[in-house]
Ligand binder design. Structure first.
Ligand SMILES: Cc1cc2nc3c(=O)[nH]c(=O)nc-3n(C[C@H](O)[C@H](O)[C@H](O)COP(=O)(O)OP(=O)(O)OC[C@H]3O[C@@H](n4cnc5c(N)ncnc54)[C@H](O)[C@@H]3O)c2cc1C
Length: 473
């Protein structure tokens, strides 16, 4: 359905033209007669890295759920990406190597359910989305920096944005808007503005994770590695991990990372040496032929952060935060873009509902989808990555982490468990990483079998040793 009379509003402004801002513009365009996206960065006309989004040089996984959500927002996107060379893995578990918390999941087996993954580079995905948004008649994307939103105390609402001067000698410019979407990313100043306008600052949930990233691109002769998605997460005993993806232009990206402030290798040869250590032997031969491309990039991500706008008693009308400006997740789990697409879905539904209190509705819906993912990440980070939750930690985090470790151990050799994990890791089926009774039962039975087998093997080995070295009379 197109624009309806009832819900058509006038002007919406989006601060930031990255993934969150573009998704916001897409859904706002159905309800506002004009949408303006202000992005301070130069936006390339082809897929390319951007200065203001330094993370786009590093490995970005698009979760299977994210691909579905983006397709929902931008029909035809996935087909176009594949036509442009983006690898598509249709029921190809053999193309995925998934190592989590020191366990290599047995995902090489046949999958029971359909599972499709897409592997675009971050600049390519953003460009595909951007050109779709640029093509929407009532959306314009302008290269301008927003100084701040303007708040009208008498009306208790945001009434537009003040733009920074457009060049030397120019004046700041005010642009009126009925709604301002803050999609300015992690660095948003909305919490400070709220206090300036007489509202409370949102509480922040923080997980200090101390991640350091190093990334290098490389090429290898086609066909040497069949896997297209390679993940070896950090574990309790080793604070280093890596990810490797094959992108649409034939290059590979290799990101090494350290958690708990560990420093990953940064020089290409040393990065390959880490791959040698973390990946199965068959990768080594192929990686021996890797030719580095360009220079390495580095990034530090000190903490995951969730600003609890949903818990505020009062929130100004006329403004709404979206994307990383609300919550930024441990990037090694690869969830940020998918969770942002989910938030855009909340915004779309709230707009369709015709609610008078858009922000409250979207903030609540975002909290609902964020909670399970945030909680599981925090449990994983505390259990396996030596992270600190800053402030009180629920007592059940560590026992849950220990139980999950046992589940992952079983999933190494139990294909049904491995598939369940692959799907939940990809944010499919449910955002809760809580095994249902049938999966728990399988885990216990499988671990019991492994334990009994281990005991039998020990007994047999002891018997064999006794036979080969009989005791002296
Ligand atoms: C190292 C790293 C790796 C990651 N890996 C993954 C991954 O594997 N998978 C995944 O799904 N996610 C990943 N993420 C997360 C992902 O990048 C973000 O979730 C995603 O980019 C959504 O962010 P956003 O659009 O909210 O903000 P951003 O991408 O940070 O964009 C904010 C935009 O706002 C603009 N802006 C800011 N202030 C102003 C202003 N005042 N005026 C005008 N414009 C402004 C900026 O220039 C920028 O373009 C990773 C993040 C990091 C840091």
């Amino acid at each position: 359905m197109g624009v309806t009379e009832v819900n058509v509003r006038d002007h919406a402004v989006v601060v930031g033209g990255s993934i969150a801002g573009l998704c916001a513009a897409r859904v706002l365009a159905d309800r506002y007669s004009t949408v303006t996206v202000y992005e301070r960065d130069e936006l390339p006309s082809a897929p390319a890295n951007r200065a203001a989004v330094p993370q786009d040089r590093h490995l970005h996984m698009l979760m299977a759920r994210g691909a579905m959500e983006f397709e929902d927002l931008f029909p035809g996107l996935l087909k176009d990406m594949v036509a442009a060379g983006v690898p598509i893995l249709e029921n190809r578990p053999d193309c995925i190597h998934l190592g989590a918390a020191g366990h290599v999941l047995g995902t090489g087996h046949t999958l029971r359910d359909e599972f499709t993954a897409y592997v675009p580079s971050r600049p390519h995905l953003e460009w595909q989305i951007r050109r779709r948004v640029q093509a929407i008649d009532n959306v314009s994307i302008q290269r301008r920096s927003v100084a701040e939103p303007r708040f009208d105390g008498a009306r208790g609402r945001v009434t537009g944005v003040l733009l920074d001067p457009d060049g030397p000698g120019a004046e700041p410019q005010f642009v009126a808007a009925d709604l301002v979407v803050d999609a300015a990313g992690r660095g948003t100043r909305l919490p400070t503005w709220l206090t300036q306008w007489g509202f409370e600052r949102p509480t922040e949930q923080v997980v200090d994770i101390g991640i350091n990233y190093a990334t290098h691109y490389f090429r290898i002769p086609e066909g040497l590695i069949q896997e297209r998605v390679v993940v070896a997460g950090a574990s309790h005993d080793l604070s280093l991990g890596l990810g490797m993806l094959s992108y649409e232009d034939g290059t590979w990206v290799l990101t090494t990372f350290g958690v708990a402030s560990a420093k990953p290798p940064t020089e290409f040869g040393e990065m390959l040496a880490l791959a040698h250590k973390l990946l199965p032997a068959h990768f080594n031969e192929a990686l021996a032929q890797a030719q580095p491309v360009g220079d390495p990039s580095f990034h530090a991500f000190p903490a995951s952060k969730w600003r609890r706008y949903d818990k505020l008693d009062r929130f100004p009308a006329g403004i709404l935060p979206l994307g990383d400006s609300v919550v930024s997740f441990n990037p090694t789990f690869g969830q940020g873009m998918t969770m942002t697409a989910l938030q855009a879905g909340h915004l779309r539904r709230a707009l369709q509902s015709g609610t008078d209190d858009l922000a409250t509705e979207v903030n609540r819906a975002t909290a609902k989808t964020t909670f399970p993912v945030w909680t599981m990440n925090a449990i994983g980070d505390v259990t396996f990555h030596h992270a600190d939750t800053k402030g009180p930690m629920p007592w059940w985090y560590r026992p849950s982490g220990a139980l999950f470790d046992q589940f992952l151990g079983a999933a190494e050799t139990e294909p049904v468990l491995a598939e369940w994990f692959l799907r939940r890791f990809s944010l499919l089926d449910s955002l809760y990483m809580v095994p249902p009774p049938r999966i728990l039962g399988r885990t216990i039975a499988h671990n019991m079998r492994l334990w009994l087998r281990g005991r039998r093997e020990q007994r047999d080995a002891a018997k064999a040793a006794a036979v080969t070295s009989p005791r002296s009379p």
